[in-house]
Design a protein. Structure first.
Lengths: 179, 207
């Protein structure tokens, strides 16, 4: 019981050992037991590995595309340029007047709203060949000319000019003979 | 010599390997509890909590509330770290170490505020027994009082040995020291206990 050779110490040790062994073992309090059970670990939710893996693969695949793309990727169709309120009127919509004086002049007047950009006056010789092309309209592509807008085109001396016509791109208007 | 002895009244019979493994399926129980099986958790609580609480109550000078806090904290910490439990030692050993580390840390700095009533009565009138032989009840109270005066480390080994009935190997495992340390600590603990007893009563009145 003890390393001491003292018999009194040995007897005291035996007495203490007996008293300690007789200490009670109380039952667990119901309250404490319930508190412990309340702290039970919760069931872990199973991990949905398949959707997780698919999402990871998709994310990895999209990273290079996102890095190379000059603009953010969008599945939407590119927006079309804002269209004019009214489509450009055909060249025949222009009223054309030609006067020959010291200078050969072509007077243009719109009968409806139309674009002035790209509009040219072609000068034709007696054989119907184009000998000059003079810009008439404004180069501003979005400019819409209101009805009644007048444009004056100076063709210079115009001695060889036999007739004139309007042209916008591939569209050619009627030929108007110079008086 | 491992100090084998008969189990005391509050003890379970040790397994052949000296451990207190209640069931050979205890690692499986722990795995089930870790997975959220509340029945498995309840079995572990019912198997170990009462013994741990009783041990800590004696260790805390009869303060059952304080002991209950240590028990609860030990269970919570144990289940937070269940991934580290490999079943190599008994689950109780793991629980006990978690609880005793906290208890010794606290009790080394502060004595339990609440002592059992019979302890207070004895301490308040220590000389009333002088010159007369103690009866059994007074002797029991005096020993318990003397136990509570011992250092936490000495109180622990005395309880593990005399009340919980562990041999030296098992005590070494529970408190994480060598067997030689257990033996020397027990000798010092008994000497301290005797010293406290004899400050309140003559040896001849006790024996």
């Amino acid at each position: 019981m003890t390393d001491s050779a003292d018999p009194v110490a040995e007897r005291l040790d035996r007495l203490a050992a007996a008293e300690l062994a007789a200490l009670p073992t109380p039952r667990l309090d119901a309250h404490l037991r319930q508190r412990l059970l309340d702290r039970a670990p919760r069931a872990r939710q199973p991990i949905a590995w398949l959707p997780l893996a698919a999402a990871a693969v998709l994310a990895i695949a999209l990273v290079p595309l996102a890095l190379d793309a000059p603009q953010p990727i969008s599945l939407a169709m590119p927006a079309r340029p804002e269209a004019p309120a009214d489509p450009p009127a055909p060249l025949a919509a222009w009223d054309i007047a030609v006067s020959r004086g010291a200078q050969l002049r072509v007077g243009l007047m719109t009968t409806q709203a139309t674009a002035g950009a790209g509009l040219v006056v072609e000068s034709l010789d007696a054989n119907g060949l184009v000998i000059a092309s003079t810009p008439a309209g404004d180069d501003a592509p979005a400019a819409i000319l209101a009805p009644g807008t007048r444009i004056e085109v100076d063709l210079g001396a115009g001695l060889r000019v036999h007739a004139v016509r309007l042209r916008r791109g591939d569209t050619v208007g009627q030929v108007l003979t110079v008086p | 010599m491992t100090g084998a002895r008969e189990p005391g009244p509050g003890r379970a019979v040790p397994e052949a390997d000296g451990s207190r493994t209640v069931s050979p399926d205890e690692p499986a129980l722990v795995r089930r509890a870790r997975g959220g099986d509340r029945d498995a958790f309840a079995i572990l609580v019912d198997t170990h909590a009462a013994r741990l609480h009783a041990m800590l109550t004696h260790f805390c000078a009869g303060d059952r509330e304080l002991a209950g806090e240590f028990v609860q904290e030990a269970f919570v910490r144990a289940f937070e770290r269940l991934d580290r439990f490999d079943g190599a030692s008994a689950f109780y050993t793991w629980l006990y170490r978690l609880a005793r580390n906290r208890a010794i840390d606290l009790l080394s700095r502060k004595r339990p505020a609440a002592m059992a009533d019979e302890h207070i009565a004895l301490v308040s009138a220590p000389d009333q027994h002088a010159g007369s032989r103690l009866d059994a009840a007074d002797r029991a109270r005096l020993v318990r009082w003397a136990m509570d005066q011992c250092s936490p480390e000495h109180r622990e080994v005395l309880l593990l040995r005399e009340w919980d009935g562990n041999d030296y190997d098992r005590i070494a495992e529970l408190i994480g020291v060598a067997i030689g340390t257990v033996k020397s600590r027990l000798n010092r603990a008994r000497a301290e206990l005797r010293t406290h007893l004899l400050t309140r009563c003559a040896a001849e009145d006790l024996l």
